[in-house]
Design a protein around this ligand. Structure first.
Ligand code: HPA
Length: 245
């Protein structure tokens, strides 16, 4: 039952990871964002992949999500803990908070979003009623409680195309649709993991208020500072959750 961690913006390396080796995987879908790092975190074998590349050079719409997810499955991952920076929409989703989304709405377009579109002998529809793995989410929630991390334990993630941030009207629309968070990488990563039978759950780090909330424009300096604070919490959270898995 191998554990894989996909790090997003602000998490291109894992603090405390004892690295054994790095491995490049060539997939039928092309190259992943970088080599997969094999190592041990708190005594447990884990794999780590930086979603945007180790130098953070791949924008959200250019990430080869199929290659990333396929590579982790190929190397034996059965569970994926994804970490992603997001914007906050509803009042609980304050900058620097951690949230564990339980639903997602896909607003992305023209991304390779399925493994089931070639060599079709039959049409496959995966169940996606509950997009995140229940057990893995419960472990995240229990781990967060055990370290008294003030995390939001549910929420709907709106996945936007990027790389630009949203307009104020788009954020109002997402809120009307029921989104609590907005990010650019949740889809198709989440559904691709489901298609390959991987248990997948996400920890979202709120970097900023969504566009138009609070009136001011989005300040990139504030995003950096909130991500720094949020990623410190993620390190504590991973330290608490990985030994439980
Ligand atoms: N919108 C979309 N993605 C994001 C944001 C945002 O405001 N902040 C961090 N990732």
């Amino acid at each position: 039952m191998s554990i894989a961690i996909i790090g997003g913006t602000g998490l291109t390396s894992l603090h405390g990871l004892e690295i054994d080796h790095r491995e490049m995987v060539h997939t039928p879908y092309g190259e992943p964002s970088g080599p997969i790092t094999h190592g041990h975190l708190h005594g447990k074998a884990v794999m780590f992949l930086a979603r945007h590349g180790y130098g953070h050079t791949i924008p959200p719409h250019k990430v080869n999500y199929r290659a990333n997810v396929w590579a982790l499955k190929h190397l034996g991952a059965s569970r994926v803990l994804a970490v992603a920076a997001v914007g906050g929409i509803t009042p609980a989703m304050e900058p620097a908070r951690i949230a564990f989304p339980d639903q997602i709405i896909d607003y992305t377009w023209s991304r390779d979003h399925t493994f089931f579109d070639e060599d079709l002998t039959h049409v496959t529809h995966v169940d996606f009623t509950h997009p995140y793995d229940r057990d893995l989410r419960e472990q995240l929630i229990a781990a967060a409680r055990s370290i008294e991390l003030d995390a939001v334990e549910s929420g709907t993630y709106g996945a936007t195309q990027g790389p630009r941030l949203e307009t104020a009207a788009e954020i109002r629309r997402l809120r009307r649709d029921g989104c609590d968070l907005v990010g650019m990488t949740g889809m198709p990563e989440t559904v691709l993991a489901r298609e390959l039978g991987l248990a997948y759950a996400a920890s979202a780090v709120v970097a900023n208020w969504g566009a138009g909330i609070g009136g001011a424009e989005i300040d990139m300096g504030e995003i950096e500072e909130n991500l720094r604070l949020g990623m410190e919490k993620i390190r504590d959270l991973l330290g608490a959750v990985v030994p439980r898995l």
